[in-house]
Design a protein. Structure first.
Length: 208
């Protein structure tokens, strides 16, 4: 089946494609320097789409999003893992405690996709999607501990028993994105603060 003239790809890339960078917020024009197999696969898809947009006129938009949280019944991400473990009074392992990320609530993540999909100005563009509230992994865990009244162990510097091998060299210590482009082009704005988003997620896990 042929795509209609209005068909456009919205590509789910990731902040991890930037990999090793000088410390500071990263713009869309930064050279991709991926530091994990996952990030390399995403960077390859980015490069292919950008080629196809230029050479074949493919209609597409690439969104590079920072870490998202707000899931329920999914413990494979730091915020949800910490919340579910703390509510169960289990030890929490924070493998890269000093590393900084910009955690974004799922509603803001979804709204960025909707705005990119419904705004023709997004065609052919690459956007960072980031809320602008960077925090270290250990400070995130401590914030969740306060919200869940957790008094158990937080183990810094090691991953949970049985966690897939993840060399620390993969974990770039600072991934925070500039978001001015998507704000100015599409009018996207993050609407949920980190504290509010974490409270919503904690409450969702409590009632799950």
């Amino acid at each position: 089946m042929e795509a209609s003239a209005n068909t456009r790809i919205i590509a789910a890339s990731t902040a991890e494609v930037y990999g090793w960078q000088p410390k500071g917020p990263i713009s869309e024009g930064a050279k991709l320097n991926s530091s994990s197999p996952y990030a390399v696969s995403k960077a390859a898809a980015d490069a292919y789409l950008q080629m196809a947009m230029k050479v074949y006129g493919l209609k597409a938009t690439i969104l590079r999003c920072n870490n998202t949280y707000g899931r329920v019944h999914e413990k494979g991400f730091l915020a949800e893992y910490a919340i579910s473990s703390m509510l169960a009074n289990l030890p929490v392992y924070v493998g890269a405690p000093s590393h900084v990320r910009d955690y974004m609530f799922v509603d803001d993540h979804v709204s960025a996709y909707v705005q990119a999909l419904t705004n023709e100005k997004a065609n052919g563009e690459v956007y960072n999607v980031s809320p602008g509230n960077p925090i270290s992994n250990i400070d995130l865990a401590k914030k969740i501990a306060e919200m869940t009244s957790f008094n158990g162990r937080i183990v810094e510097g090691s991953y949970p028993p049985g966690y897939p091998m993840r060399p620390t060299a993969w974990d770039t210590d600072y991934i925070v994105l500039k978001n001015e482009k998507i704000r100015s082009h599409l009018g996207w704005e993050p609407s949920v603060s980190l504290d509010e988003g974490l409270r919503r997620t904690v409450n969702s896990w409590k009632s799950a």
